[in-house]
Design a protein around this ligand. Structure first.
Ligand code: HEM
Length: 133
């Protein structure tokens, strides 16, 4: 997927809007029990998605592989499930299935990105020599 870098960065901005809105709500309403959820939305959602997008931008060869789309789907679905579970933990004080399912999916998503990154063929850094006419 050629434009997965943009998709990732746009997704990161989506998470930032959510994290900022959530932070504004919890601060204004005094629901500080949700501070950790807010922090996780910002870091796992916004920061990590932005970094994945910028790595795709810096290493364009990663975008050629179908694994790039699979990795995006696994990571973002995992983040949604994990963060929903984390919000529930902050609300109730007890662990739940969403958190336990989301956490390994997020970890798998990160491992897939590392695999994508390490398995990509090295880029040629020297410019091609074109013979003169
Ligand atoms: C409009 C944007 C934001 C607002 C209004 C906001 C608001 C808040 C508030 C009210 C708290 C709780 C402070 C307390 O417990 O005394 C907090 C904590 C925190 N926020 Fe934000 N925040 C914003 C954006 C972000 C972003 C983008 C990130 C991360 C990328 C972030 C990371 C954190 C962290 C790490 C904490 C500490 C959590 C803890 O103590 O458990 N915030 N924020």
């Amino acid at each position: 997927m050629r434009n997965i870098d943009k998709v990732y960065v746009a997704t990161g901005f989506g998470w930032l809007i959510f994290a900022a809105g959530f932070g504004t709500w919890l601060g204004a309403s005094g629901h500080f029990n949700f501070s950790e959820s807010h922090a996780h939305i910002g870091l796992l959602g916004f920061v990590a998605s932005m970094l994945f997008g910028l790595v795709h931008r810096g290493w364009p060869e990663l975008r050629e592989r179908t694994l790039a789309i699979v990795q995006f789907a696994v990571y973002e679905i995992g983040a949604i499930v994990l963060l929903a579970g984390k919000i529930m933990v902050d609300a109730t004080g007890v662990p739940n299935a969403l958190l336990m399912i989301g956490s390994p999916i997020v970890i798998i998503g990160v491992i897939l990105f590392l695999w994508l990154f390490l398995a990509a063929p090295a880029r040629k850094n020297t410019p091609e020599m074109v013979p003169a006419e």
